[in-house]
Design a protein around this ligand. Structure first.
Ligand SMILES: [Zn+2]
Length: 423
């Protein structure tokens, strides 16, 4: 709730990221005689290495198995020819291979490819293969030789299989300079109308696309293209994608990038297919192999909401709403925000009941005295109550211990939700 008399509560936060490049072979085409450096200390950051055909086929199969939602939405069925498998690193005997794979987009879709890191290990003539986000991948990450997965990358890669709760703060800035204001074509799917809506198009400002949080950078669709699809893998289990950019950083796969570090300039590049009209960055949110909708998520101080159609929706910052599409100068980057939203309990010196759910019909599970500062883990809509200043709100705040309090009795400085949706 907003209380104009009392001090406002503020939020802040932080982020990190990571990304790397891959080696590739179109599915099923590769041979294998090319020498591959065993030592990854000074790899060519760009040129992919060939991948054993059996490994490429196994990776392709897993990528296609995970692309069913995409195919239904796009009205096309990806086949093996649409899958790119790029090796980044391998041991001298080629029994360990690390790389990336993408399902390329058809040319009539604004989006970015489904892009996943993989690890392959050949044991007794059989490939053990896993994509990021799986426990198998985390297991291989821990076992792989340093030449294939250097120690600094192990935690963030293993974390893809052990992500933060969906309602945990993202700790992400918007992907440009703090304090600058860009425009947005709105919230949409990674492939236009595909669900979930895990993508936001941004344009304008100085056109310099920056890492939304520190992490490790990886490159996809590197073969035969100068500018690549960049993803940054963050310490907290979230991954962000940056498509269409050009004049990119020269940092190679697995290199550390700081929060706010330059990644590339907005553009219309299509290294993995798709389409783009007007220089922008197609910014996407992931957890492991899972695209995560941005609805209710706070990035750069703005909580994003999708609309009924792609390229609509809106964003809210401290009660101020910007509808999409929004022109250049509309969205100021307030930074990664608080890792924890807070508020102050207000009830004219009295107590406020805590409930087991978002309404007074739920069990009473405690009470807090006027003036208590609380952390708000997430929010939901529930029973509308009237607070101490005759203020009404149907927002309920869930505390870190799982108990609920009506936002009508919590001063957060705004009448809007201050934490992500609990859904
Ligand atoms: Zn887009």
């Amino acid at each position: 709730m907003r209380n104009n008399v009392l001090p406002r509560a503020f939020r802040r936060g932080s982020v990190t990221l990571v990304a790397m490049a891959l080696v590739g072979a179109s599915t099923g085409v590769l041979g294998g005689a090319t020498a591959v450096a065993e030592n990854s200390a000074a790899p060519d950051p760009i040129q992919p290495t060939d991948v054993d055909p059996d490994l490429a086929a196994a990776v392709t199969g897993q990528m296609l198995a995970g692309a069913t939602t995409m195919s239904a939405e796009l009205g096309f069925t990806p086949s093996a020819q649409d899958v790119l498998v790029e090796g980044q690193r391998a041991t001298a005997d080629r029994s360990w291979v690390f790389g990336g794979s993408v399902v390329r987009l058809p040319s009539d879709v604004d989006g970015s490819p489904r892009a996943m890191l993989f690890l392959g290990h050949r044991e007794n003539g059989t490939w053990r293969v896993a994509l990021e986000g799986s426990q198998e991948f985390a297991s291989l990450v821990r076992q792989a030789p340093d030449a294939v997965v250097p120690d600094p990358e192990r935690p963030v890669l293993a974390k893809t299989a052990d992500p933060a709760p969906m309602d945990a703060p993202l700790g992400l800035s918007l992907p440009w300079k703090l304090g600058d204001s860009w425009g947005s074509a709105g919230v949409h799917g990674d492939s236009g109308s595909s669900r979930p809506y895990n993508a936001i198009d941004f344009h304008g400002g100085d056109s310099r696309v920056l890492a939304a949080r520190a992490g490790k950078i990886y490159r996809f669709c590197t073969r035969g293209t100068r500018w690549h699809f960049l993803k940054v893998y963050h310490d907290n289990g979230w991954t962000t994608g940056y498509y269409h950019t050009r004049y990119q950083t020269s940092k190679g796969n697995g290199a550390h990038v700081a929060a706010g570090e330059f990644l590339g300039q907005t553009g219309n590049e299509l290294p993995c297919g798709g389409r783009s009209s007007g220089a922008h960055v197609h910014f996407t949110l992931w957890q492991g192999d899972r695209a995560v909708g941005v609805h209710g998520k706070t990035i750069g101080g703005w909580t994003f909401y999708e609309g009924s159609r792609p390229y609509s929706g809106y964003a809210v910052h401290e009660g101020r709403r910007v509808n999409f599409p929004a022109s250049n100068g509309s969205l100021r980057n307030y930074g990664p925000g608080n890792t924890t939203a807070t508020g102050t309990v207000r009830n004219d010196g009295g107590w406020v009941n805590l409930r087991s759910g978002p309404g007074t019909s739920y069990d009473k599970v405690g009470a807090l005295r006027d003036g208590t500062v609380v952390e708000i883990a997430c929010t939901a809509r529930g029973e509308e109550l009237t607070g101490p200043w005759n203020n009404k709100s149907d927002i309920w705040d869930r505390l870190p211990d799982g108990k609920w309090i009506s936002d009508a009795f919590v001063d957060t400085g705004t009448n809007e939700p201050v934490a992500p949706s609990c859904a």
